[in-house]
Ligand binder design. Sequence first.
Ligand code: AMP
Length: 277
Amino acid sequence: MKTITTLSDLRAARLSLTGTVGLVPTMGYLHEGHLSLIRRARVECEHVIVTIFVNPTQFGPTEDLSKYPRDLERDLGLIEPLGVDLVWNPSAEVMYPSGYQTWVEVEAMTRPLEGAMRPGHFRGVTTVVAKLFNATQPHKAYFGQKDAQQAAVIRQMTQDLDFPIEIVVCPIVREADGLAMSSRNKYLSEAERKAATVLFRALSAAKDLYEGGERDAEKVRGKMKEVLAGEPLAQMQYVSCADYVSLEELREIKGKTLLSMAVFFGKTRLIDNFVLG
Ligand code: AMP
């Protein structure tokens, strides 16, 4: 496994890979969720490239960029046994040298949900992913359902910009008590970590309501709010019951539907989602 930090080394190493290449973009501080994407890429492709880059352009001015957890040695130790060919670990200066001024923006579907709460976030995500696609030239790229809107936005960008890349979206990996794995879980105090199971409980209660026949989206959103309100350490930012494709809020649940939420525990912001239908 080679760890590469310059574009010239990356291009040379990429040229030496013949056969299909799977790309797994990450911001590091890896957990089982990331490893599940790498394992899937390993099964489906002849070569696997993992990128570890905490992308500054997707963080807002008041967000956790400088505090975002980083541990490259630990990450390399976790992925080495999985049969990864290349790790692309550029610096921010390599990705955004001085004078950088080109951006990739997906429009309507970045406006609701995470896009509404985190202005500029998806512009940073789509820009960096487009650059990673160009630099690594993969046949397939692997993303997690954990970031449901991100996966949808990247699929749209890939289609709109004619990248010849198949986007593969992998299921959410959870802790035994239902909490979705996230690098940000590390920030939680013991009490907040316990409280954070409320996301899974709220989504499960909403799903039970739906499975009992409820199709009024406002009632489903109300159920999620009610469960979240029962947890004093949880501060809801939004709950959503939206069309899976357009991500627009629903009145009546019909086809495939995305239940999603963002909730603060102290300063830590967690997101989670379920798909219905
Ligand atoms: P991140 O390092 O947080 O940017 O995540 C890198 C990739 O891993 C993204 O495609 C995420 O959606 C995915 N991912 C993060 N957490 C999980 C999880 N618990 N289960 C599955 N995929 C995940």
